[in-house]
Each structure stands twice: as C-alpha cells, then as structure tokens.
Design a protein around this ligand. Structure first.
Ligand code: F6P
Ligand code: MN
Length: 322
C-alpha cells in the first residue's frame, strides 16, 4: 500500500503543501491516541466553558484544538488559522503560504458514548497584501480550497482527503505510524435509498424539505415508489463518511428553531471541506439556492444550510424548492 507523500506527489501536490498536510496529520495521530485512551487520559466530559457559538466545550475539544494550533503555528507554513474553538482567526507567520480552517473534534457530543468523532480541515492559499492578523484573509470561497479532508476516529483511524485530484482514503497504520492509501478516487453512487437528517427538527423545516422527506417516508406506496432507510450519527464526519463510501443524502436544512441562524453547520470548517470531498467524488453539495463552495464567506463562524451526497438524490431534493 502506498504511503501518504508518494500518493500526493502522484497528484502533483507541491512540497510545501505536502509538508503542511503532514503537520496537520501529526496532530491527528496524537488526537487519535488521546481519544482512544478515553477515561484513562482524564479527558472525558466537559469544561466549564462555552465556545463562541454557545456550545459546551468538551475537554477533548480543547486539547484537540490546542494540539492542532500549536503544530500549525510553529510550522512556518501557516499565515493564519481559524477554528471552531477560537473566537477569532489567529495570526501565524506573516510570510506563511497557507490558511487553515478546522473543526478540531467534530461530533463532540459523541465523545462520552464512545461513538464516531473526527477532525475536519480546509486549506486555502494566503492572500498577499493582507496581514496575518486580518480575518479578511478567510473571506475566500470554497472553490479556492487547495486541500480539504477529515480524520475519522472510529474503530480504525481513517483519513479522507482531496487536493483537487479526486478524493482518496487512507488508514492510520499504527505499526509504522503513518497513513496508508487504501482507496483512490472514491465515487459516490448517483442513486441511493438512504437519507440522513435529524428528524426531531421536522416541525421547524421549510415546506419543501417537509414535502421531500414526507415523500421518502411514504416509501413504495408513495410518489418515489421505493423504500428509503434512515441513518443519523450526529457527527457530520461519520455521516459524510458513510455517504462517500456507499452513497446517500445528508442534510442539515434551514429551520426556524433559531431564526437568527442560517443553518447549524459552519461554512468554513464543516460545509466547505466536506463539499470539496463530495464533489471530487462525483456527488453534489448545495444549499437550497446554490453550490456551497461558491458562497463568498462573511465570517469565519458563518453557518449554512447543507444538502449533500448522491447526485441524483440531491437534485431530486432541490426540485422540491423550485
Ligand atoms: O458540528 C455540528 C454537528 O455536531 C455535526 O457534526 C452533526 O452533523 C450535527 O451537529 C448534529 O446535530 P444534532 O445535534 O442536531 O443531531
Ligand atoms: Mn463540528
């Protein structure tokens, strides 16, 4: 099986970007270890703090954020970072080439039940002429990402990543400590009979999503004339990993639960990187009004509606909005 660096060289990735990716992955190996130690590391449960989004911070959220932040800011490759767990973007090297946005531990409510969690990351090139400390650095659309990926801390630790030449999957081999390529060019099946949505929010959705999901639930006897199955891991990394591997539609739609929010998921370190991975695997990733990666960001913690997965099913869902 191919090691990480040769697999990236095959895709003509620059040496600087390969070094940055290896830096991120060094932190994920440490996070993977801490996660696997669970109660033995004294890192279960919550801190007494909330992050800027008003979510309770888990101890592991804080540790994972610090590990990534430290290695990235020390690397020399990074002009600035933004993280779910940081109030604002953080300046790195003024002449660093890259910007990294990350969700250090996605799905952190799963930590305490030993269920799927992961790290999501997105890399852009730094903007010349904009200072490292200026959050305007991050006002770049998802189409400008040069790399996106996630590391899933499951029964095995897996990396799924794209640099714009397909979406590839790796497994952390603990015998030598590196990520090994296990599948090149994942392809999401265009058709599916599986959907993922938090059904408990049904009464808050807009009419088109209500109608779409009602038709899926009607099964063989309904207008879709086939039965659908539902899955919800409550960690975007877990749900997207399933969609990338066997197809499906995943959505966190706009709802009226909190009218001040455009959605639940965050554009810069959740929706954009996952959109890049899904599109590179032949799927679609949209809001009800357009392609997610074309959104011009206004804020590092901006929220967005997400509908992604198998091409034909995402198109079907969108047809309810038109
Ligand atoms: O990071 C936000 C997140 O935890 C996602 O990983 C996940 O898809 C979603 O929220 C779960 O939402 P809910 O708590 O509504 O099930
Ligand atoms: Mn998250």
């Amino acid at each position: 099986m191919q090691r990480l660096a040769p697999s990236l060289r095959q895709d003509n990735v620059s040496l600087d970007l390969i070094s940055l990716i290896k830096t991120i992955l060094a932190a994920t190996k440490e996070i993977s270890f801490r996660v696997s130690q669970a109660h033995l590391s004294g890192l279960m449960g919550s801190t007494l703090d909330e992050n800027i989004q008003g979510e309770v911070q888990k101890k592991l959220d804080v540790v994972a954020n610090q590990l990534l932040k430290d290695v990235l800011l020390e690397s020399g490759f990074v002009k600035a970072i933004s993280s779910e767990e940081e109030d604002n973007s953080v300046a790195g090297d003024e002449d660093g080439k890259f910007l990294v946005s990350f969700d250090p531990l996605d799905g952190s409510s799963n930590i305490d039940i030993n269920s799927l969690i992961g790290t999501i990351f997105s890399i852009h090139e730094a903007l010349p002429g904009v200072e490292a400390g200026d959050p305007a650095q991050f006002k770049q659309a998802g189409t400008k990402q040069v790399c996106a990926g996630y590391v899933l801390y499951g029964p095995s630790t897996m990396l799924v990543m794209t640099t714009g030449n397909g979406t590839h999957m790796y497994v952390l081999d603990r015998t030598h400590g590196g990520y090994l390529l296990v599948e090149r060019n994942l392809q999401i099946p265009e058709e599916t009979q599986e959907f993922a949505i938090n059904m408990s929010n049904q009464r808050f959705w807009q009419a088109p999503m209500q109608n779409y999901i009602n038709d899926l639930l009607a099964g063989k006897e309904g207008p879709r004339e086939k039965n659908f199955n539902m899955r919800w891991i409550a960690a975007m990394v877990g749900d997207v990993h399933r969609v990338l591997n066997r197809g499906g539609i995943f959505t966190y739609p706009k709802d009226t639960k909190d009218p001040s929010k455009a959605g639940k998921l965050r554009l810069m370190y959740e929706a954009n990187p996952m959109s890049f991975l899904v599109e590179q695997a032949g799927g679609l990733s949209v809001t009800s009004t357009g392609r997610i990666m074309e959104i011009e960001p206004t804020d590092v913690h901006q929220r967005v509606e997400v509908i992604l997965g198998s091409k034909n099913e995402v198109e079907k869902c969108l047809s309810y909005y038109s």
